[in-house]
Structures are given as structure tokens and as C-alpha cells.
Design a protein around this ligand. Structure first.
Ligand code: BF8
Length: 635
């Protein structure tokens, strides 16, 4: 694989050349060492569920067709997939739980580093849970955090946020028995059903999987998003910069990486601390520069305009620039290889979460009761490490791009509707009148098996060219931002005439950044508002919209895919069809039959233009079904 095949991003290519010249191994080298990758694993046909195995099914039909216990390809692939769904749901939901606990600490006055910054959202949420809001915000927060934490372990009823979905959608879930009852229970139950000798019906396994995924999308992730907005502030449209060029040569560079913004939020504050700025100058630096990688980056970008150094496949490369004093990591998507890469430089890797440690790596555990103090300690460590930087080995690519982020379900439509008319009407009308063809959610990771950023950007360009407004989160948003798609000016260059008119009228980019991966929940609630506004059907599956994760790699992406599909969304996945191809029955169930029950279904493709065309043709079908006007500027 040459460098151009590895990434379309010039900054990435430049640092990859440096890594090669200095013999530093990156994920692409390790991918090569793994070739050929296990065929049974790729097809989902390897079963390690019990100690009678590991078993594998012969995909050519000549060898064993069942495991030692008698499980066939359908059961094995569905069980393996179910386990992946539980992991993705656990990751997002555990994040949500931590944030809900932080709200409780704030309410009880155990921490003064955070506050209640979005009181309106606090009250709205409290009302959703039936809490009387005629009391102090602290009292409301105390009751609310209790209710939110109960969502994780309750034994009866259904998750409160399910009520945010249109009535018709709720009825679909009820009919299929997939309304999530709580968060933890759905994860446990799905795990239970995948153990040896429990559920042998692939369709039933997938139904249990959908319920678990829904407990993430309409539960754990939604709690994470909403509570973060309450204690850290709801994002507002904000300008920022993206790509490795945001690292600064004469500054102390600190990279925050991971997912939970509670500590990185404090790092933002601490990086502006006069005492620390003074110390940085004493050590010969011009100042302190904080930048982010992955979803933590998206969180601090959305709320503070902190620059983004890159997405998933750039985490090692940020260190390879030689200009990073500290990379502080919390949870999820943090490559174990970072330790080895950091050891090639002066960079200190610091773990902060008790759930995620590396052997031999400095661990400064985050304590939300002393959050600011903890963040200061890490920044100080970075400053003290600045003189250890080998200037000869610093090579920061001169590439950075402007972007606008900070769109939430509330803000997007406040903008479209005007400051005093926070309504979805203009958006719905734009779709109804044919000025906008429809909506797309493009989300998810990078994967070294696919040319870095190529799939995201090619797909998104094709969508906006066809008047589809794109909503993004996660590493996908970062990919498109690097290519200049997240600035209002991009509308003129890339968007179709209808989308261009809307973007120009309200001054938004044709691609809207809604935040981190837990913020995919913002897309679900935005879609529910669209239905509530009227004119575009009665269920989420009626909206001319589609979803896509073109370069996915994480189990979290699978869970997101499942809660989108179970919410009625047609969802395309790039790369491989999450190891289910070994069962034709399961593949057909996911890509065809689900449409008849949940209204959404999966599609798999490895060609970004084809992915866009599939999504557009689905959008057109939905337009036809709603008998909407023809597109305003049809070619
Ligand atoms: O949660 S998009 S690589 S960083 S998993 Fe990870 Fe994928 Fe990036 Fe955020 Ni989401």
C-alpha cells in the first residue's frame, strides 16, 4: 500500500512519510503484518463462546456445518453480532452513567468545578421525568440525576426517552417487544442470550440486539448528550480549526484524546490559567496549546472552539510530529500502540480513567471532586516536559482548515427558523417544496483497511451535490472538516442549487457538525422534531433520510447502526458487513426483512459513490411515498 492509498489527507501523508523515515510503526504497518486476516473471523463463522470450541463453519459447505454444540452458521454469526452490540451499548451507556453521576455531584455541592450551565435544558429534562421545577436548580438537578441513574437499573416499565419518539414508532417497538426497559438490563439480557445453549434463533437474537441498541440510542447516549449540555453548557455554532497543523511549534502542545469530556473540559480551563501560562513562558514556550483527537476533540470543539488535531487514524501521527508534550487519554478508541509511539519521543502519555490503563504508563486518576486541580497537574507536567522536546525532530505539517461546529437539535432549527421562531417548519418546508431533497446522517470511524477519509468525503460531497443536507458526528465530521466541507463557503463549491440557497440564506455549511458519537442521539431527537412539526409522515421511517457509517471500525458503530435501523432509518455501512456474511439468512434478515418489521434496514457497500446513490434513491422513494413536490432544481 503506498501512502496515497493509506490516506487522502495531505497532513497525514506528510507525517506518515516522517514515520517511515524514522522507522516508527503505525497502524498501517501492523495491518500489513496481519495479512491475510482470518477468513473465518471476517465471515463471523468462528465461535469461541464455550470451551468445547473454538469451532468454525466451513463456508464452502464441504466441512463442518455446525459447531460441537450443534450451533449452525446463523446462530454463530447472530450470537457474535449480538455480543458486539452489547459492547457498543456498554461503552456509550457507561459514559452516560458517569456524566449522570457528575450531575449528582454538582447538585449536592461535592464539586464546584462544574455548574449547571444550561438551566433551561435542566428544567425541560426534569419535566420529562415528571419533576416539579418550582425549586432551586440544585434541587432539580438532584432529583433529576437520581431519576437518570435509575434508568440504568430499573426493572420495569420503559426508558423515559422512548417517549421522545413519534407515537407510531413507539407502537412499532411495542409490537415487536423491543422497547428498552432499562439500560443495563438490555445489555445483560443480550449477553445472556448469546451464551451457549440459550437463543438459537438468529431472528430472535437480532430482536434482542435491537432492544439493546435502542437502550443506547434512546438511553445511555441520550443521557450523556443531554447531561453534558447541562453541566458543560449546550454548544452554539462556533468556528474552529482542524488537522495536524493546529499543533504549534513554539507552544506546549497538549492533546486530549478519548470520549468523556468531563476532564478535558477542565483541561481547557487550566490551559488558560495565568499561573500555568507564566510557567510555560519560563520554560521557553510562547504559550499553551490544547488540541483534541477523536470524540473528546469534538466535545471541546463544540463548546469552546478548541482545535482538532485529527481523527482516529491520526492519533499516533500527532505524536510523530514530535511536538506533543502530553497526550492525555480517557476511554475508547485509544490505540494500545500509543505507548510505543510515545516512547520514540519525549511525549508523555497519561491515562486518567480507572477503566483504561496501560502497563508502565503514568496514571493520574481523574477525580470529579477535584477536577480542576487534576487537570492543572497534567498541564503542569506537559509544561515541564517542554524543554525535553527535540526541536530537530519536530515536523508539524502546515495544514489546517477552518470549520464551523456546534449544531445541536435545538440550534440548527433556531437558525433555520430565525432567533424568535425556534421551529422545524422551515426545514420541513424546504424538504416538502423540493428545495432540499432530504437529510443524511454520516457518522463513524476511520479504518486502515480503507483509504483514510476518502469514503467519508467522497460520499458527503456526492450527497450535498444532490441537495441532501448532511448531519455529522464523530471522526466522520473531522474527516469532512479537513476537506473544507464544514464552512458556509463549501455550499457554493460543492452543494446543489437548492441546498446552496438554504445555506446562503441562513449562513450555515452544507454539512452540519452535531458533535461526538454519543451525540448521534441529537440526530434521533431532531428526526422526532421533524415528525412533530408535520408534513413529512408520522414515523421516523417516513422521513426522506438515510444514515451511513462509511469507514467504521468500532463495535460502537454497529450499535449505532442498530439503533438507527430499529428507529426506522435506512442505514448503509461501508467496509465489511460486520462479520455476518457467513450466514445468508442473517444477511438477508438485516438487509431485507427488517424493513418489513422496523421500517429500517442495513445495506452494505464498499464504494462511496454507490453508497451515496443508494441513500439518495432511498430518499427519493420516501419522497414519492409522501407525494412530495418534485425537486425544485432537478437536472
Ligand atoms: O466514538 S467515530 S473512531 S472516536 S468510535 Fe472512535 Fe469511531 Fe471515532 Fe468517537 Ni465514534
Amino acid at each position: 500500500m503506498n501512502i496515497e492509498q493509506k490516506s487522502i489527507d495531505i497532513a497525514t501523508q506528510e507525517v506518515l512519510k516522517k514515520a517511515q523515515a524514522e522507522n516508527i510503526k503505525t497502524t498501517w504497518d501492523r495491518l500489513e503484518l496481519q495479512q491475510p486476516q482470518c477468513g473465518f473471523g471476517q465471515l463471523g463463522l468462528c465461535c469461541t463462546v464455550c470451551n468445547m470450541g473454538p469451532c468454525r463453519i466451513d463456508p464452502f459447505g464441504e466441512g463442518a456445518q455446525v459447531g460441537v454444540c450443534g450451533a449452525n452458521a446463523d446462530t454463530i454469526t447472530a450470537r457474535n453480532l449480538g455480543r458486539k452490540i452489547t459492547v457498543g451499548a456498554s461503552a456509550h451507556s457507561d459514559h452516560g452513567r458517569d456524566v449522570a453521576q457528575a450531575l449528582s455531584l454538582v447538585a449536592e455541592g461535592h464539586t464546584h468545578d462544574y455548574g449547571i450551565l444550561d438551566v433551561e435544558k435542566l428544567k425541560n429534562l426534569a419535566e420529562e421525568f415528571g419533576i416539579d421545577i418550582n425549586k432551586t436548580k440544585e434541587q432539580i438537578a438532584k432529583e433529576l440525576s437520581k431519576k437518570l441513574l435509575e434508568e440504568f437499573g430499573k426493572q420495569e416499565g420503559e426508558l423515559a426517552f422512548c417517549k421522545r419518539a413519534p407515537k407510531k414508532r413507539q407502537a412499532v417497538w411495542k409490537k415487536l417487544g423491543i422497547t428498552p426497559r432499562s439500560i443495563d438490563r438490555e445489555v445483560v439480557e443480550l449477553l445472556h442470550t448469546t451464551t451457549m445453549g440459550v437463543d438459537n434463533d438468529y431472528k430472535n437474537l437480532i430482536n434482542t440486539g435491537m432492544r439493546c441498541a435502542l437502550s443506547d440510542g434512546w438511553g445511555g447516549s441520550m443521557i450523556a448528550t443531554d447531561v453534558q449540555d447541562i453541566i458543560l453548557g449546550s454548544p452554539q455554532p462556533i468556528r474552529g480549526k482542524v488537522n495536524l497543523g493546529v499543533l504549534k511549534e513554539n507552544y506546549v502542545n497538549i492533546v486530549v484524546h478519548g470520549h468523556e469530556p468531563v476532564l478535558s473540559e477542565m483541561a481547557v480551563k487550566a490551559s488558560q490559567d495565568p499561573e500555568l501560562l507564566k510557567l510555560a513562558k519560563e520554560k521557553g514556550a510562547e504559550g499553551i496549546n490544547l488540541a483534541g483527537i477523536c470524540c473528546t476533540a469534538n466535545e471541546v470543539l463544540m463548546r469552546h472552539g478548541i482545535p482538532v488535531a485529527g481523527n482516529f487514524l491520526q492519533q499516533e501521527l500527532a505524536i510523530v510530529t514530535g511536538a506533543v508534550e502530553v497526550m492525555m487519554v480517557d476511554v475508547q478508541c485509544i490505540m494500545p500502540a500509543l505507548q510505543e509511539v510515545a516512547a520514540c519521543f519525549h511525549t508523555k502519555l497519561i491515562t486518567t480513567n480507572p477503566k483504561a490503563r496501560f502497563p508502565g504508563v503514568t496514571h493520574l486518576e481523574f477525580d470529579s471532586k477535584k477536577a480542576y486541580e487534576g487537570a492543572k497537574e497534567i498541564i503542569k507536567l506537559a509544561i515541564e516536559n517542554f524543554p525535553n522536546r527535540n526541536k530537530e525532530r519536530v515536523n508539524i505539517p502546515k495544514y489546517e482548515m477552518d470549520l464551523v461546529a456546534g449544531f445541536t437539535k435545538e440550534i440548527v432549527f433556531q437558525i433555520l427558523g430565525g432567533k424568535y421562531r425556534a421551529t422545524y417548519k422551515p426545514l420541513n418546508e424546504a424538504i416538502i417544496s423540493g428545495r432540499l431533497r432530504g437529510l443524511a446522517g454520516v457518522v463513524g470511524c476511520n479504518n486502515p483497511k480503507q483509504t483514510h477519509d476518502y469514503f467519508h468525503t467522497t460520499l458527503v460531497k456526492e450527497l450535498i451535490k444532490n441537495d441532501v443536507l448532511v448531519l455529522q458526528t464523530g471522526c466522520s465530521a473531522i474527516a469532512c472538516a479537513k476537506q473544507g466541507l464544514l464552512i458556509p463557503e463549501a455550499a457554493k463549491t460543492y452543494a446543489g442549487k437548492g441546498l446552496q440557497e438554504i445555506c446562503e440564506a441562513v449562513g450555515i455549511p452544507p454539512v452540519l457538525h452535531l458533535g461526538s458519537c454519543v451525540d448521534n442521539s441529537r440526530i434521533l431527537t431532531a428526526a422526532s422534531y421533524i415528525i412533530e412539526e408535520g408534513g413529512l409522515g408520522e414515523d421516523l421511517s417516513d422521513i426522506p433520510a438515510a444514515g451511513c457509517a462509511p469507514e467504521w471500525m468500532s463495535e460502537k458503530a454497529i450499535t449505532i447502526g442498530f439503533y438507527f435501523v430499529s428507529s426506522g432509518v435506512y442505514t448503509v455501512f461501508g467496509a465489511s458487513p460486520f462479520a455476518t456474511l457467513g450466514s445468508k439468512n442473517l444477511t438477508d434478515y438485516l438487509t431485507k426483512d427488517l424493513a418489513d418489521t422496523v421500517g429500517g434496514r442495513f445495506e452494505f457497500s464498499d464504494d462511496p459513490i454507490k453508497m451515496a446513490q443508494l441513500m439518495i434513491s432511498h430518499i427519493d422513494k420516501k419522497r414519492q411515498a409522501l407525494k412530495l413536490k418534485p425537486r425544485m432544481y432537478e437536472k
